[in-house]
Design a binder for this molecule. Structure first.
Ligand SMILES: [Zn+2]
Length: 816
């Protein structure tokens, strides 16, 4: 075969498999064989996500009434559970104190066994109806609410299932899983729940994935495979997710020991919790995909008589969307060990035959590490620059998967090119110039930590060693060794994730075994074809995982992901090498340069526009103590509309100057105080008992759609607290690790965040050491600003996770 033919065919295979992998991460075309009414689905989303509807807001109450009326129209027994919840995470301590007055929507479809039967026989289908404050929340989680409404309609019209189905639409998920805590810890129906299906969203498009299960999930996985169309699921995502700090409502039911399955779509992170998470931007295929999951899983498990039929935790993964493979964990260990044995045997016999050698493999390992270090350093510098740059990585998120493609091309080209340099023997230019370039890039990116310069400088001694070695580096054998070692580690620490290492390795090793048995002389074309075949499994399994990894968590970690990509390319090195066949490394250099150009375009290219507006913060602060009002922004760049609006009278300051207890650099301008009504904290009783001062108070506010922060000094000597009779944990430590990144409080204050305070207010009891005064700071946030707020340009939106577009009223109440 001619070089160009090999080049072309290898490049085409890589490209086709990348595109195929990418398409796996997208939602499939809308199914026509479903009972779902897609236009009704979209209509529900349009109503619920018309505007932001955070817990406690008027918009959320309207949505509550809309959903309740719908369930009632289906003839379902429907209730609104109103209760007070004091946040408690099932496993993690030291979260901020969060209190919420939630309103959960609960509708019941009785099963054949009769409602409220003993034992844990009921199925809960769960989603949340509240949104974050500055987003319409079409994907998150109106999509699920709509799907649950549609599922209820279809199931209420059909035959009764064997199990009771509880349609649970929670409130206050966004404020710390508050509704789920109210239901699973307080509602009498919770103790009869035997299975939870939870649906979530973290973006606006892409296929929905089943990413989390409870323990002993074999029966759940069997059921999923049996029931769910176009299914995407993997035991890898479960292994990753359970090591992460992320939460959904299912964390609560799982914490209560209830089995469950958890689904979400994650592509389109830009829209997550942003004003752009609107019905117009929600992909119709994604909405349909998620809704079909909701319907299929609920119908299936509600009719399945024998829950918990299989024990154990299997390995499961997609060959492609809709086709899932599953086998037991024990078998996963057997497969892993067999493949490792095959590898050792092949290596040993190759040693005897003289086709591999320890020396060249060792030099190869050094060579692979040199490639890793260069890729790591390059992308780490890039992302460090990006994070410091204007608007941080928001611009990157607005580009979806494109940055991944640019980074991948850079990595592919670099690996191809530098592997060739390593084979030729490194000269002085190879040894010193890349280090100089990487150091220079670090300086340009403004990185000043010494540690940033370690990887580039480490390259010099490594390269000198490699250049002095007599044996030329065998990168392929080295990569297989490294891959094998990773297989051992993953097999040991996360067995059900090992498939992503085991099957690509098996494929490559089998390929080697087959090639060895081919006749040495006239096998040119046959050899090449066998190359294509054994590269197929890695190219089938890995690209969708890497793309999903990038979308779900790799955005800020391209350096780690690209090292994995480089290692994967080296694992199928004979195929990748064929791409540059006969070009003496020039093809690699060309791809590398093209990738770099693309990366530069990605990093510097996109500005903000109407589809991807810049998140900018502007809020109004009222200082009741001083009787002053301020416009405040942490985002006013010189020359911007915000800068113009703030004007010459604005000063840069730390917000703590006007709001003691908070800490952030902002631009502030004083302005005439508008009419306002602040929350009241009235003392009902204040007395001493057994040397302890006990204060009973009533907190009330007239603002709506708000939340309230109460701040107490951490050294006030508070020994006990309760709200509406529910105890609040007092540990005296400063509040850190909040689930919400609004303006951080300084450490000397113990902060309560209170959501959805009802009109009638709430009762608070505080006990503290006698003879101590108690200053209480109240910070109220209500959405909307006083008159005089400027209109935003079309390429600007409220900044997610901020006090943007709100009026913040703060006051100090001294309880002497
Ligand atoms: Zn959500």
């Amino acid at each position: 075969m001619a070089h160009w033919q090999k080049s072309l065919i290898s490049a085409a295979l890589l490209l086709v498999m990348l595109v195929f992998g990418y398409r796996q991460t997208l939602a499939p075309e809308v199914r026509s064989d479903s009972d779902l009414d897609y236009s009704a689905l979209k209509q529900h989303v349009a109503v619920i996500a018309e505007k932001p509807h955070p817990m406690g807001s008027a918009a959320n109450r309207e949505n509550r009434d809309y959903i309740v009326a719908y369930f009632e129209s289906l003839g379902l027994e429907t209730e609104v559970q109103k209760t007070t919840v004091v946040y408690r995470h099932p496993t993690r301590q030291n979260h901020a104190t969060v209190i919420g007055n939630v309103e959960n929507i609960i509708a019941r479809l009785p099963g054949r066994s009769g409602g409220g039967a003993d034992g844990a026989n009921d199925l809960v289908l769960m989603g949340h109806y509240d949104s974050k404050p500055l987003t319409p929340g079409a994907g998150d989680d109106a999509s699920t609410t709509a799907a649950i409404m549609e599922t209820a309609r279809i199931m209420a019209a059909g035959p009764a299932p064997s199990h009771d189905v509880i349609f649970l639409i929670t409130d206050g998920e966004e404020r710390g899983l508050l509704g789920a805590q109210g239901f699973f810890r307080q509602h009498p129906a919770a103790k009869h729940v035997g299975l939870v299906l939870n649906f979530e969203a973290r973006g606006s498009y892409g296929a929905s994935n089943m990413f989390e299960t409870s323990r002993d999930n074999a029966w759940l996985i069997d059921g999923l495979i049996e029931s769910t169309p176009d299914l995407l699921a993997s035991s890898l995502s479960y292994e990753i997710y359970r090591r992460m700090p992320n939460d959904t409502d299912m964390s609560i039911s799982k914490g209560e020991g209830i089995p469950g399955l958890n689904f979400a779509f994650v592509a389109g992170l830009f829209d997550y919790h942003a004003m752009t998470d609107s019905v117009e931007n929600l992909d119709v295929n994604t909405l349909a995909h998620q809704a079909n999951y909701v319907l299929a899983t609920t119908q299936y498990f509600a009719s399945l008589d024998d829950w918990q039929s299989a024990k154990g935790e299997p390995t499961y993964f997609n060959l492609w969307r809709g086709t899932l493979v599953s086998y037991s964990q024990g078998l996963a260990v057997v497969f892993g060990l067999l493949v490792l044995l095959l590898g050792v045997w092949l290596f040993a016999s190759a040693l005897r035959a003289g086709t591999v050698a320890w020396g060249s493999t060792g030099t190869g390992v050094l060579g692979v590490f040199i490639i890793f270090l260069m890729i790591f350093s390059l992308f780490e510098t890039l992302i460090a620059y990006q994070q410091k740059a204007d608007a941080g990585i928001m611009r990157l998120t607005s580009l979806g998967e494109w940055p991944f493609l640019a980074y991948f091309m850079t990595t592919l080209g670099f690996t191809l090119w530098f592997a060739n340099r390593l084979k030729q023997g490194l000269n002085k230019v190879d040894i010193f110039v890349p280090t100089l370039v990487l150091v220079l890039l670090n300086l340009l990116a403004g990185r000043d930590s010494a540690i940033a310069f370690v990887p580039p400088l480490l390259l010099i001694p490594l390269k000198v060693i490699v250049s002095k070695r007599i044996s030329r580096p065998d990168l392929w054998t080295a990569a297989i060794w490294i891959w094998g070692l990773l297989t051992v580690l993953v097999l040991y620490f996360a067995t059900n994730a090992s498939y992503i290492f085991v099957w690509p390795l098996a494929s490559v090793l089998l390929g080697i075994a087959v090639q060895r048995s081919l006749p040495g002389t006239n096998g040119g074309a046959t050899r090449f074809v066998s190359l294509l075949v054994f590269s197929f499994i890695p190219l089938l399994l890995l690209p969708p995982i890497y793309i999903l990894f990038y979308l779900a968590l790799g955005l800020g970690l391209p350096q780690v992901l690209m090292i994995l990509c480089a290692l994967s390319l080296l694992l199928i090195w004979p195929l990748i090498r064929s791409i540059g066949s006969g070009t003496d490394g020039k093809a690699g250099l060309l791809i590398f340069i093209a990738g770099l150009v693309m990366t530069v375009v990605v990093v510097f290219g996109r500005g903000f526009d109407t589809r991807h507006p810049r998140g900018e913060e502007l809020f109004y602060a009222i200082d009741v103590d001083q009787q002053k009002g301020f416009w405040v922004s942490s985002d006013a760049r010189p020359g911007s509309w915000l800068d113009e609006f703030m004007g010459d009278g604005a000063t840069s300051a730390n917000i703590t100057r006007i709001m003691p207890g908070y800490d952030q650099d902002v631009l502030i301008r004083e302005s005439a105080l508008p009419v306002y009504k602040a929350a009241t904290l009235t003392v009902d009783s204040d007395h001493l008992s057994n040397g302890t001062r006990e204060i009973s108070m009533h907190l009330q506010t007239t603002t709506t759609g708000e939340y309230i922060n109460l701040l107490f000094p951490t050294d006030a000597g508070i020994t006990a607290a309760a709200v509406n009779g529910f105890p609040v944990r007092v540990d005296g430590s400063p509040q850190t690790g909040s689930s919400e990144s609004t303006t951080p409080p300084t450490e000397s204050w113990w902060r309560w965040r209170w959501y959805g305070l009802p009109e009638e207010g709430a009762d608070i009891v505080i006990k503290l050491e006698a003879g101590r005064p108690l200053p209480v700071k109240i910070v109220e946030v209500s959405y909307g600003m006083p008159g005089g707020a400027p209109a935003r340009p079309v390429n600007s939106m409220s900044k997610p996770y901020s006090w943007s577009d709100s009026t913040v009223i703060f006051q100090t109440i001294m309880l002497e």
